[in-house]
Design a protein around this ligand. Sequence first.
Ligand code: HMG
Length: 388
Amino acid sequence: MTTRVGIEAFGFYVPHLYLSLDTLAERQGSDPAKFSRGIGQEKIALPAHDEDVVTLGAEAARPVIERCGTDGIDTLLFATESGVDQSKSAGIFAHALLGLPANCRNVELKQACYSATAALQLACGHVMRKPRARVLIIAADVARYDRGSSGEPTQGCGAVAMLVSAVPRIVEIEPVSGCYTEDIMDFWRPNYRRTPLVDGRFSALRYLHGLVRSWTDYQAGGGRPYGEFAQFCYHLPFSRMAEKGHGHLARQAGAEADMTRCRPGMVYSRQVGNCYAASLYLALISALENTRDDLAGRPVGLFSYGSGAVSEFFSAIVQPGYRDNLPADRHRKLLRARTEVTYETYLDLRDIPDPQDGGTALIRPAARGRYRLEKIDDHKRHYVDTGR
Ligand code: HMG
């Protein structure tokens, strides 16, 4: 019997603070329409000082664990490019907060925004070999750019958790995929920098190039024809990028670009901003929760891009009953119940605790979730489960 493999459960988390892009436009003296229409974004999700990829990731995973339990989870893959330590995986902190079994491998993966796709493909391979195993993937990032830079309006943060197993209740991942790697400097962050360096317009061109090359490789490997896909989900540095990608791919495939086949995937991202590794999977959740038609049994095309650069095009089949397995109301409530911050608070939130001398930084409680960074002391991060 062949093993089917895919996503059994999804969780998504965004912190409760955001900056409106209208506020940023006003302070920068830009036309707000440049952000709302030109790049297609409305809000920048912001972490409080006691939130980081560990707490965001654990929050995203908690409902998954509550729903599906921990049985069989023998691997945790943590995908991020905003890790909290150069050696220790953020996944080990998350593993402890979530109470996962000790007989679990645990590793952090990095390749800009692409790493969660690598995690997903590795997880699928593992489950094929060991069908009773389940893999927890956490993709979490905080996207911060320099103030006044072209990337600033595309900032954001968030986390997606996916449980990969041989019981794919939401989507089954198909085995064909197309990949493309090229050595370029479009967006990168040297170890000594807090914010990335970015050649913005060049990066957008390489994104489109990677899309064509990975699509071509996907087709060469026996992938589905363009017309079969019910929806397309793209990595979303900002939502206009997906619209451009969608038009570009349609031209490549000799088809008409039907924007109704990519817009449902953009709904949540407009409210969150770029969340790097989590962004494509936030798009998939958004497409599943915001497409009115029943997608059961239908294929969805997925395009993953991580600067530097790696691209991958692959596909998933939406499973019967998928809606019953998605916490759509919870996700919508999370996005609605947020607080807008002033520009001054936004600046304060950028000034994250950084006791490089090994001193103690006690962090004021602000997170609304269950997990928080309580302090950094003697160069060690201390997380707490508030039990909320
Ligand atoms: P920019 O250069 O300031 O913007 O920032 P622009 O001048 O190119 O304008 C953007 C769009 O707004 C244009 O539309 C303008 O016409 C329009 P387009 O011609 O592209 O269709 N516009 C307006 N529309 C309405 N009313 C107005 C108005 N004014 C202008 N008044 C840039 C754009 C992409 C450079 C910037 O957002 C940036 O640097 N972003 C960061 C890098 C990025 O997101 N790159 C995307 C591809 S790379 C990627 O996805 C990887 C990444 O996620 C990282 C990772 O992998 O880890 C970033």
